[in-house]
Design a protein around this ligand. Structure first.
Ligand code: MN
Length: 469
């Protein structure tokens, strides 16, 4: 059942673990791939009495660069606060976060306004699936630098929310700030969802436990539907936190949401306030080319299809390869288009199927594209040449020669073939002359068969047309 008269309003809260050598406030290693529990820990991140935190400048720098890339305002004055709550995964009894003075305010991505980006520490990872026996806690993650980004509640569909999260992941990867794999928990998306009939803000529900982009979209769709149906029945929406059950495809009530007053935020007296403009590591933050800039450049320089651009923007390896091929083709736009579609379909297909890295030389690939563009090899033949180049390297001319894949384009040689076909099929030839245009395809097909598939069909077409004019 659909309740179209209810319009959703969605805001996102996204956490991402930052890529740094050490944790946020101590020198324990920040290693998301460590499988052994409780090895990257020290007295500081285990909250032993008498220990003191030290700010990781690498993490602060990451968040400032993220803010710059979003076009936000970077704080000059900033401080860290204690967010107090009790849970076994937070050994100090509080999380060090930022409250009044986040590192970044404002900015936008994909046309969605960003409210703030702040820096905090991650919690330990708890595991409750040991039955009634025990819960297990791994403190490797406790104190890992964590970015929290909050958007304005201006997203109006699940797709828009999913697109924002995907674009943020891409941006974080471009900046080298985070791997942001949702499946690994390096990026976590929470959605605040409300619905209303008249455009006013309804009661919002926060949805957590989302571990993929698809899950984020499904959870939002489910919530919009659930809230609309409840309102339709005359019920009130409870402001609460709900979890997403991936298997059932449903959200479920977890707890009634705390207000920020419950956390008793206050500035952490163990940490210095920061004056960003006075700290040399935070000056001169050069950014790499950002995804949006790369899209614009590809569109302008190569005029290739949007889908191809997207493939190159999301896969750095393919993008770099394409640019090298295009350069080897002398920046010829028509050939660049052929190259782009071969790379995004055939090459990307081979990479996905085999899991092998790409070893084809850009110059050799450019040669193959040039051969296809003048009809020296058919697109079918090019696939065979490409496969050989992908598996064993080599030059496309040598491969096409050795396998007899060059198309015959010689007009004299093919002219004889055309004569032969016309003699063998006088009725079809006559039919075509009288206007049955589709008979041309038949005649070309006969000639292709006669040549064993080696004739250039474009040349054959021209010859038939000339003969039967
Ligand atoms: Mn947070």
């Amino acid at each position: 059942m659909s309740h179209n008269k209810y319009k959703p309003t969605i805001g996102l809260e996204i956490h991402a673990e930052l890529k740094t050598r050490t944790k946020m406030f101590c020198d324990s290693k920040n290693d998301p791939d460590e499988k052994r529990p409780n090895v990257n820990i020290c007295p500081v991140c285990m909250a032993e009495p008498g220990t003191l935190p030290v700010i990781n400048k690498e993490a602060v720098r990451h968040v400032l660069r993220i803010g710059k890339a979003l076009g936000g305002t970077l704080a000059d004055f900033t401080e860290f606060d204690r967010k107090n709550y009790f849970y076994p995964d937070i050994p100090k009894g509080y999380q060090i976060s930022q409250y009044q003075y986040p590192l970044v305010t404002g900015g936008s991505l994909n046309g969605i306004a960003v409210t703030r980006v702040h820096l905090e520490e991650d919690t330990a990872r708890s595991q409750h699936d040991k039955g009634d026996e025990a819960s297990l806690i791994d403190f490797n993650r406790a104190g890992v630098p964590l970015m929290e980004l909050v958007t304005e509640p201006m997203i109006t569909s699940s797709k828009e929310a999913g697109d924002f999260a995907r674009e943020l992941q891409l941006l974080l990867r471009y900046l080298g700030a985070s791997e942001a794999n949702m499946e690994k928990g390096e990026m976590r998306v929470e959605a605040n969802v409300s619905v209303s009939k008249d455009g006013t803000r309804g009661t919002k529900v926060e949805v957590k436990n989302i571990n993929s982009f698809r899950a984020a979209e499904r959870a939002i769709e489910y919530e919009v539907e659930r809230q609309s149906a409840a309102l339709e029945r005359g019920e009130k929406i409870v402001q609460e936190t709900r979890g997403w059950d991936e298997v059932k495809g449903e959200t479920f009530s977890q707890r009634i949401k705390e207000g920020s007053a419950d956390y008793r935020y206050f500035p952490d007296p163990d940490l210095p306030k920061l004056k960003i403009s006075e700290i040399k590591e935070f000056q001169n933050m050069e950014l790499p080319e950002l995804p949006s800039e790369k899209r614009a450049r590809y569109k302008k320089e190569y005029e290739i299809k949007d889908e191809d651009i997207e493939s190159f923007v999301t896969s750095d390896a393919l993008g770099v390869f394409f640019e090298n091929v295009a350069e080897a083709l002398g920046d010829d736009k028509e050939k660049a288009k052929i190259a782009a579609s071969y790379i995004t379909s055939d090459v990307a297909g081979l990479l996905a199927k085999t899991g092998k890295p790409l070893h084809i030389k850009a110059v050799a690939f450019a040669e193959l594209v040039a051969m296809v563009s003048v009809g020296e090899v058919s697109s079918r033949g090019a696939k065979d040449v490409l496969l050989e180049m992908f598996n064993n390297g080599g030059e496309p001319r040598a491969i096409a020669g050795a396998r007899g894949l060059f198309q015959k384009s010689d007009e004299r040689e093919l002219g004889a073939l055309v004569e032969k076909v016309l003699v063998a099929h006088p009725d079809e030839a006559e039919g075509y002359r009288k206007g049955k245009e589709n008979l041309l395809q038949f005649l070309i097909g006969q000639a292709m068969r006669e040549s064993g598939g080696s004739a250039n069909p474009q040349v054959l077409k021209g010859l038939f047309e000339k003969k039967l004019r």
